[in-house]
Design a protein around this ligand. Structure first.
Ligand code: GDP
Ligand code: MG
Length: 354
């Protein structure tokens, strides 16, 4: 799953990207997209590793893509945005980074430090971009349905849905406010509308504002959080042992990056199931609602094909018991079938036969 970091120039995207991925900002990438893998923080893995002493710990991951700033103040900047919009469409969630920090050294976008106005401008731009996509497709479908093709009925339904989308966008509302059912979302999936993607708002605040409640309200955002990209970058560079004290001094309990990555994971509708063993302790990413047989297929198609049972215990029950055997004796290990819906934190041993 890919998460796009977007926002106005100088809002702190690359600083945040470096902090969250551990990639040094490189001048070679100025004005270009960069992608890197982000580990999804999961303290349960270390606890399990302390029990199983595995050779390796494998966390769940997300891909983060750092996009160049969306400056819309010149025709050149606007055409740059259109070029990048195509790639932003290829991402599954959008993190909008908004500048709220003062700094004499960095001239603010449009000479203002106004995260609400910046967010508004971006959302309007997304709406325009989607409007263009919808309008083009509507024009083509209107021609197409006049001919008796095998897909005529389906095309008519799609046209009706797109016309509704068009109206929503014209009323300056994001599609996420209108296209809600699974069926409708699937019907427009191929257009990769920007305003249908989960939106996470990250307000890059001054160091002195870290930990304060966020003033900004965005109804269509899956999550909104305040953070200081600079502080996060500093935390990321510290030795893990030194982090708690540094954070305590600032009055924060968890790096904002952890909350950010968790917010993305959640907004994407993802959960993790866990596997344990002396080779590895591992988190596997699945969409919420995935049946056991499909979860098994994540590990290997053979396990899905030869699926017998999913030996399942919740993380909490396993930790309370200390090991699987004791959890079994306590009656906390269930034998689940193919259709069992896997939950976040299920520790699973798949029994299979090939
Ligand atoms: N004071 C302050 N400066 C920041 C903060 N975040 C980023 N900057 C600075 O703002 C400038 C632009 O940041 P950058 O991450 O490159 O922004 P981008 O254009 O959104 O990628 C850099 O000089 C950063 O050091 C912050 O939280 N506080
Ligand atoms: Mg940048």
């Amino acid at each position: 799953m890919k998460v796009a970091l977007i926002g106005m120039p100088g809002s702190g995207k690359t600083t945040l990207f470096s902090a969250v991925t551990g990639h040094e900002p490189s001048p070679a990438h100025m004005g270009q997209e960069q992608m890197a893998v982000v580990k999804v923080p999961d303290p349960r893995l270390q606890v399990l590793a302390d029990i199983y002493k595995p050779e390796r710990i494998v966390p769940a991951t997300l891909d983060f893509v750092d996009f160049p700033g969306v400056g819309l103040t010149s025709p050149q900047a606007q055409s740059d945005f259109r070029r990048h919009a195509a790639n932003i469409r290829g991402c599954d969630a959008l993190v909008v980074v908004l500048r709220a920090f003062e700094s004499d050294a960095i001239p603010p976008y449009r000479d203002r430090i106004d995260p609400v106005a910046d967010l508004d401008e971006l959302r309007t731009e997304f709406i325009f971009a989607d409007l263009e996509v919808a309008a083009n497709r509507i024009e083509r479908l209107r021609k197409q349905i006049t001919k008796p093709t095998p897909t005529q009925e389906q095309d008519k339904r799609e046209l009706a849905l797109l016309e509704r989308c068009h109206e929503t966008l014209e009323n300056e509302r994001p599609l996420s406010s209108d296209v809600r059912s699974e069926e409708e979302r699937n019907a427009v999936k191929s257009y990769a509308f920007l305003t249908l993607k989960p939106l996470i708002v990250a307000v890059n605040v001054a160091e002195s504002d870290v930990g304060k409640p966020l003033a900004l309200q965005c109804d269509d955002a899956a999550a909104s959080l305040a953070l200081s990209a600079e502080i996060e970058a500093e935390i990321a560079q510290l030795d893990p042992d030194d982090r708690p004290e540094f954070m305590a001094d600032l009055g924060i309990t968890e790096p904002a990056l952890d909350s950010l990555v968790h917010a993305c994971y959640q907004a994407l509708g993802l959960v993790s199931f866990l596997t344990v063993g002396d080779d590895e302790v591992r988190a596997w990413t699945i969409p919420a609602g995935t049946p056991a047989v499909e979860a098994a297929g994540k590990i290997h198609t053979d396990i899905a094909r030869g699926f017998i049972r999913a030996e399942t215990v919740t993380y909490d029950d396993l930790i309370a018991a200390g090991d699987i055997k004791t959890a079994k004796t306590a009656g906390n290990v269930r034998l689940e079938g193919k259709t069992y819906v896997v939950k976040d934190g299920d520790v699973i041993n798949f029994r299979f036969n090939i």
